[in-house]
Structure formats: structure tokens, C-alpha cells
Ligand binder design. Structure first.
Ligand code: DGL
Length: 291
């Protein structure tokens, strides 16, 4: 039993789709959220940047008392998470593997589409993870760099957004996919339009839902599950809070959001590296405790 909150982070409003699933699936858990809105989008960032941003934010969330961290960002999960999670005492989970597993179970024809950021698509991480469960499966990736900026602006239902979505989705539909993974946590904001474009024959996998099922199992296994929600969710952003709040509240099922701003320079250091590592991260941390 552990009443401390779960820490969740993403580049912006995307990870709120994961927070929503926590509120549905783990209603006794409290959440501390960090949206890195001063540095969004993450989609085309280098692995060095993603690693540095993650370690800053995880340190912040840990210092706020988090018992468990969810990197609610596919771009991070696909490129730097295996490395990052070795570096912290607090357990860290990403969103990619649970979604890949669910898609490989859901497909009947073995043809899966993945819409994602440039970084996630380039990493082939979904393809690799799906192949572990479905070696013969065919995976069709589509990088959709225009979607995150549109969603962050709250531009969810315009002609422009629907036109852009069609240009990304129609080629995947033509490939004969029967399952589509929303491989970026921002995309569930557009799920209504996505469903209309791909049609009823294509099942939609939202990795947020799958991740929370897995989090429930892990919390139980580690004895970290909460027995009562002891306070409201807390939201922090690195940019200006008002747009984050306004867009976040457009997500159906989200509770009211009150976000506080944290200056990037105040994200605290140093953090303790618990296993291995090097000093390529530019943190100035040179001594490691190895376990
Ligand atoms: N929502 C994140 C993801 O799942 C990041 C998107 C971005 O900032 O480009 O990939």
C-alpha cells in the first residue's frame, strides 16, 4: 500500500490521454503531471535532447514524491526509455510495448498501421515490438509531424486538421490494415475523426489504455497500489499554463485542470544514477552508485 502519486510526463497535452485512463482504470491513485510545453514538440528531437529532458523531468517528479513514473510519450519510449529507466530508483514505464502487444493480439490479417511522430517512426520501435509477438506481421508506419502542433493549438475539428489527417491515413487504409495504433499520446484527441476516415473495419489501439492495464499489474506486484485518493491531481508545465489547461479540458473525460508553471532552470539536479551509465548526458554527475 502506497499513497504517493504516480508521476506522468509528456511534451505537452498528449500525456493527459494517459492521465484520463488512470482516472478511469485506477481511480484510487493520485497523479502528478508534467507537460514540457516550453519544448514541445519532441517529435524530431535528438536522442541526446530526449534523454536530457526525461532525466530532468523524472528527477522533478521524483522530488515531488512520485512512487512510479509513466513516460506518457511514444517518442521518448521508443528511443531513450530503456536507457533512462536504468538510471532511477523509481520504476519507470513507457507506453509503447503495451500498445504493440495489444495490436498484435487484435489483428486478424496481420497488417498493422502505426501513426506516430518522426522520431518514433524512424526508430521502428513499434515494428520491433510487434514482431516479438507476431513474427510474420506487417507493420506500416506513417510519420505525422503536422498533428502535434495542431493539437497543441487546440485545433481539433477544423477542415485543415481533417484534411491533414486524411493525407496521413488514406495511404495506410490502402495497405489493407485492420488495426491502427495511435502511436503518439496526442492522437486520441482526434480519435473521432480518425475513426471516420479509416472506417469501421479498422480497429483503433490507444496505447494509453493498454499501459494503464499494465501499470495496475505492476503496482500490485510491487506493493505500490493506493487504497484511497488522498488529494487532487497536480499539473505542472514548463511553458505558459493557460493554453495547456484550455486544450487539456477539451479531451472528453478529463477533470478540470489547474496547471502551475515551472521554470526549466528550476528542474532540480543532481539526481542519483543507480546503475551503470556514463557522463554523456551533460549533467555534471560523475559518480555513480552501482547496484
Ligand atoms: N505525445 C508524444 C508522443 O507520444 C510527443 C509528441 C511530440 O511532442 O512531438 O510521441
Amino acid at each position: 500500500m502506497d499513497l504517493r502519486p504516480i508521476g506522468v510526463y509528456d511534451s505537452g497535452v498528449g500525456g493527459l490521454t494517459v492521465v484520463r485512463e488512470i482516472s478511469r482504470g485506477l481511480p484510487k491513485e493520485r497523479v502528478i503531471y508534467f507537460g514540457d510545453t516550453a519544448r514541445v514538440p519532441y517529435g524530431d528531437r535528438t536522442t541526446g535532447e530526449l534523454r536530457r529532458f526525461s532525466q530532468e523531468i523524472i528527477t522533478f517528479l521524483k522530488n515531488q514524491g512520485s512512487k512510479f513514473i509513466i513516460a506518457a510519450c511514444n517518442t521518448t519510449s521508443s528511443q531513450v526509455l530503456d536507457d533512462i529507466k536504468m538510471r532511477f530508483e523509481v520504476p519507470v514505464i513507457g507506453v509503447l510495448r503495451p500498445g504493440a502487444y495489444a495490436a498484435s493480439k487484435a489483428t486478424r490479417v496481420g497488417r498493422i498501421g502505426v501513426i506516430a511522430t518522426i522520431g518514433t517512426t524512424r526508430s521502428n520501435a513499434y515494428e520491433k515490438a510487434i514482431r516479438e509477438h507476431l513474427p510474420e506481421g506487417q507493420v506500416f508506419g506513417m510519420a505525422c509531424p503536422r498533428l502535434v502542433p495542431l493539437i497543441e493549438e487546440g485545433n481539433l475539428d477544423s477542415e485543415e486538421t481533417i484534411h491533414v489527417l486524411r493525407s496521413y491515413l488514406n495511404p495506410l487504409v490502402k495497405k489493407g490494415i485492420d488495426v491502427l495504433i495511435l502511436g503518439c499520446t496526442h492522437y486520441p484527441y482526434l480519435v473521432k475523426h480518425i475513426k471516420t476516415i479509416v472506417g469501421p473495419g479498422v480497429g483503433i489501439i490507444d496505447p494509453a489504455e493498454e499501459t494503464i492495464k499494465e501499470v495496475a499489474v505492476i503496482l500490485k506486484k510491487l506493493g505500490l497500489e493506493s487504497t484511497e485518493k488522498t488529494g487532487p491531481y497536480e499539473f505542472f508545465v514548463s511553458g505558459e499554463p493557460s493554453r495547456f489547461m484550455a486544450v487539456g479540458e477539451k479531451l472528453p473525460g478529463n477533470e478540470q485542470i489547474k496547471a502551475k508553471q515551472v521554470n526549466l532552470s528550476d528542474l532540480s539536479f543532481p539526481f542519483r544514477i543507480i546503475r551503470g551509465g556514463d557522463d554523456k548526458l551533460g549533467t555534471g554527475v560523475k559518480k555513480y552508485d552501482t547496484v
